[in-house]
Design a protein. Structure first.
Length: 474
């Protein structure tokens, strides 16, 4: 009990400035608060513990605290300790963001947008905190001691086992635990695959005409060239993979179950064409199943991997179904790739966080994940229906597509209006993306449209975001 002071409060780095210890301490604290290094509300160490850390008398610290309280820099309340006082900070001048591929510019008046309908994120306000905490408690109580050491770079066997069962049941994936590698998000998995493919001599990898430039940039940094597959009203033309027009392609990155951002599912004949090419050429298909759980007006489209587990690498994630902040994703690999990918992961990131892996394993095994997905499917379907109805009421000529599944819709616009609508939305405090933001640089511009992510807003922000959207539609 005599040493309780040693654990009370936070570590605090200060460089004493000025004449005398008391003045030096006060100057250092003022500067830390003024610069923002100590934010409003930050609890400071007790006078005794800070005195020991600095090697000064306790009265010196107590006197400095008292003076700064009197000056308004700090506050002190019985039972709450000494904290940094709230301060009025001048707001920095807002910057206008340069438009990038149709991305909304931030206006000086708007600052940070009040609403966002950008695609790519779920409603993080609906994260199942209570159920996740329940699963975490149970998982941690049952975890063996060795779980908290350096383990298998493929991930915890508990998670890989339940993932194999879930993916087979829900997505039609041929999965065994020994073929699964857990990674820290889809980008991490794609980085590992790019490294392995580069080491195997792959220098060209086809991508879809529309997609995410962050993925293309990542592969490009591996020295891989990325020609774009042609695209038509029926989707990605996978029959071009074997034509030779794209060069010596050794792989292809695709979103076959729900193409991002156009929203369609790859047609059966084109799914078959992609697999036939991979078998004949020895190439690999990287299947991004980023939101495969969310479908509304159609039967679920099974994973492409089910057609040929030895030629398709399946990549899935909890970022859309739960939250991107979990950094949980997985790859189901052909047998001949498992050791190479595990070795590559061991070099850059030996293992993903054990606590979240064990918690997610329990969350899956208990059925809580299925219940959460079903609940979110209903929530997102209601939002999709509200979006379609609102657009029909405010802009009857606007066609809405890509709505049978996923978390976004495509709103077609008159030719040449995409950027002006996005600018108008920015003035309404609404962040939007146009479809040309996701167009491959080699693909000609053929359409104007908005890619509206109806999963992004919280429930409290949804109606305001929808109203702002309707105000800017032509």
């Amino acid at each position: 009990m005599a040493d309780e002071w040693a654990t009370f409060g936070a570590d605090l780095h200060l460089e004493l400035r000025g004449h005398g210890l008391r003045d030096g301490l006060m100057n250092a604290l003022r500067e830390a608060v003024r610069s923002g290094r100590l934010a409003a509300g930050t609890r400071l160490p007790s006078s005794r513990s800070l005195a020991v850390d600095l090697g000064v008398a306790r009265n010196t610290v107590a006197d400095a605290y008292a003076e700064l309280v009197a000056e308004g820099w700090l506050t002190a309340r019985q039972g709450s300790g000494t904290r940094v006082a709230p301060r009025s900070v001048p707001r920095p001048a807002a910057r206008r963001a340069a438009p990038s591929g149709g991305a909304a510019a931030v206006t000086p008046a708007a600052g940070k947008p009040a609403y966002s309908l950008r695609p790519g994120t779920p409603d993080v306000g609906s994260f199942p905190r209570a159920e996740w905490l329940r699963a975490a408690r149970k998982a941690l109580m049952a975890a063996p001691h060795e779980a908290f050491g350096y383990g298998d770079p493929r991930g915890r066997i508990e998670l890989r086992t339940v993932l194999a069962e879930y993916l087979a049941r829900a997505r039609g994936v041929h999965a065994r635990p020994e073929r699964i590698v857990v990674c820290s998000g889809f980008v991490h998995g794609l980085m590992l695959m790019g490294q392995v493919m580069r080491d195997r001599g792959v220098r060209e990898m086809a991508v879809e005409s529309y997609g995410l430039d962050v993925h293309w940039d990542l592969l490009g940094r591996q020295g891989i060239r990325m020609p774009a597959l042609p695209f038509d009203e029926r989707g990605t033309r996978t029959e071009e993979l074997g034509s030779g027009a794209l060069g010596e392609v050794g792989g292809v990155l695709m979103t076959p179950a729900h193409q991002f951002p156009t929203g369609g599912a790859l047609r059966p004949d084109r799914r078959a064409a992609a697999v036939d090419w991979a078998r004949a050429s020895g190439g690999l298909i990287l299947e991004d199943d980023y939101d495969g759980e969310f479908r509304y007006d159609r039967q679920p489209v099974g994973a492409l991997q089910g057609l040929d587990p030895e030629r398709v690498v399946y990549l899935g994630t909890a970022s859309k179904s739960l939250a991107p902040g979990l950094r949980l994703a997985w790859m189901v690999l052909p047998e001949h790739l498992v050791d190479e990918v595990a070795a590559a992961k061991g070099v850059v990131d030996w293992m993903s966080g054990v606590t979240d892996q064990l918690t997610f394993a329990e969350f899956l095994a208990s059925g809580a994940y299925d219940r959460h997905v079903r609940a979110m499917r209903l929530r997102y379907r209601r939002r999709r229906d509200q979006l379609v109805a609102a657009v029909a009421g405010s802009s009857p000529g606007t066609r809405v597509s890509g709505i049978a599944a996923g978390l976004h819709a495509v709103l077609e616009l008159p030719e040449g209006t995409e950027e002006s609508v996005i600018r108008a939305a920015a003035f309404q405090g609404l962040a939007l993306d146009g479809i040309n933001r996701f167009r491959h640089e080699t693909v000609p511009r053929t359409r104007d449209a908005l890619v509206v992510g109806y999963g992004t807003p919280t429930d409290s922000a949804w109606s305001g975001a929808l109203d702002a959207l309707c105000r800017v539609l032509p």
